[in-house]
Design a protein around this ligand. Structure first.
Ligand code: ADP
Ligand code: MG
Length: 429
């Protein structure tokens, strides 16, 4: 007698999914012939380099792509083809049956509302709880994702949290209604390893408890190995290899998968070769006042950065590491004089903290910052060319023709096709 294996129907699946974007005459292909299926209680990892189509795939599953997207093939949530689900039913599915954690927390948190209210709203909307119970549940969720000082953070606005804290708020929001399916787009990329471990353990626990299906998007192969049952490797919009995680890791069939695995090896630290001091701080301090009482007087301070003294020599790289919320970004912003700080900041012998903004402007050419959250720092209404060119214009570098060439050159240098420079930030991975 042969045994018949009963397999559940998938919780979510894609069948020959292709997605392109149409802007006027121009058509960009983003995803081609992608198929996968995911059962409840299982984790599928989507891995691949940046721009390979992972986020576009994730957004398409919940009908969250902009109108310019052209979609072929089919997506099923349970046994329903989402093409046949109307907008209001789709909204009910999002945040209830399916939770999503976006790659960019700032795009999905409302900057004008306190984070606690945003989570409570999701809970009240889908669960019909009253405000006090919803707030109670929100506090529990924030504790679950490892937020400390919950009473203070629950009342904070998104910009008052660190990048990692915002990410955790997003995760709390996605898990608020204990969804059947969780789509997580690089949820732990911005987090330090300790918090990352905590979140992965949490996801695993919830998965077992609620028999949740998880679609996990990441470029971190260590995470894939740890949490996923199956893996799909994406490159340039296509799945080039898929299968059980163990098999794919032990016997990668595609050249690209082999490259990915080989690239995981870490090099040894560089040696310091210079002693020509360029940048330094002495007792740098950034304290934010906490107001309280009826008079709104300052009752305490958030010591975002306290007594930081560092030295950076020409030609060297200085690494600042620490857990999420420990003050890394604050130090970076203070060094650039983008926020107010106390203490001495020396650059080429000058104390930047004593210069007026006007005196500082010519020096701004000399030090630049790359922000953690590109979406928060690129103007959504300017094309990429305008954004890159703006700095050249402000500093009066070159003339219109040579600026255009400089923009093209620098885009090539960072690996972006210069023909895409007239696109807006949201049109990029
Ligand atoms: P990733 O694998 O890094 O998540 P994405 O899915 O974000 O990659 O992007 C895949 C491709 O689709 C990229 O080439 C990107 O430029 C393009 N793309 C994404 N969103 C849009 C859009 N709204 N309009 C045009 N092109 C887009
Ligand atoms: Mg992405």
């Amino acid at each position: 007698m042969t045994e018949i294996e009963i397999t559940d129907s998938p919780a979510i699946s894609a069948d020959n999914l292709s997605i392109s974007f149409q802007n006027g005459e121009q058509v960009t292909a983003a995803v081609q012939n992608v198929s996968f299926s995911l059962q409840r209680g299982k984790t599928l990892a989507l891995v691949g380099e940046s721009g390979s189509g992972k986020s576009v795939t994730a957004l398409s599953l919940l009908k969250l792509l902009p109108d310019s997207a052209r979609i072929k093939g089919a997506i099923y949530i349970g046994d329903k083809n989402i093409a046949n689900i109307n907008d209001s039913d789709m909204r009910a599915i999002r945040g209830n049956q399916v939770g999503i954690i976006f790659q960019e927390p700032m795009t999905s948190l409302n900057p004008l509302h306190r984070v606690g209210d945003q989570i409570s709203e999701v809970i009240m909307l889908h669960r019909g709880l009253r405000l006090p119970q919803a707030n109670q549940r929100t506090a529990e969720l924030l504790a679950l994702v490892g937020i400390k000082d919950i009473e203070q953070k629950i009342c904070a606005y998104p910009h008052e949290l660190s990048g990692g804290q915002r990410q955790r708020v997003m995760i709390a929001m996605a898990l608020a209604n204990e969804p059947d399916i969780l789509i997580a787009d690089e949820p732990t990329t911005a987090l330090d390893v300790t918090i990352q471990q905590q979140i992965l353990t949490l996801l695993k626990e919830l998965q077992t408890k609620f028999n949740m299906a998880i679609l996990f998007i990441t470029h971190d192969l260590g995470i894939v190995q740890r949490i996923s049952d199956t893996v799909c490797v994406m490159k340039a919009g296509e799945i080039v290899e898929s299968g059980p995680t163990e098999t794919v890791f032990s016997h990668p069939a595609h050249e690209y998968t082999r490259q990915l695995l080989a690239a995981e090896l870490v090099g040894s630290p560089a040696e310091c070769t210079h002693s020509d001091q360029l940048f330094s701080t002495e007792s740098l301090k950034v304290w934010y006042p906490i107001h309280g009482g009826v008079l709104g007087r300052v009752i305490d301070y958030v010591k975002a950065a306290n007594d930081i003294s560092i030295t950076l020599n020409r030609g060297e790289t200085l690494g600042i590491v620490g857990e999420s919320g420990s003050g890394k970004t604050t130090v970076g912003m203070a060094l650039m004089r983008l926020i107010t700080s106390e203490g001495r900041i020396s650059f080429n012998g000058q104390n930047l903290n004593q210069l007026k903004q006007k005196q500082l402007r010519p020096l701004r050419r000399e030090f630049q910052i790359v922000f953690q959250d590109p979406y928060g720092s690129l103007s959504p209404r300017m094309t990429v060319e305008e954004i890159v060119r703006e700095g050249l214009e402000i500093h009066n570098i070159g003339d219109p023709a040579s600026r255009q060439q400089q923009v093209v050159d620098v885009l090539i240098e960072v690996g972006i096709d210069p023909d895409t420079r007239h696109r807006y930030p949201h049109e990029f991975s």
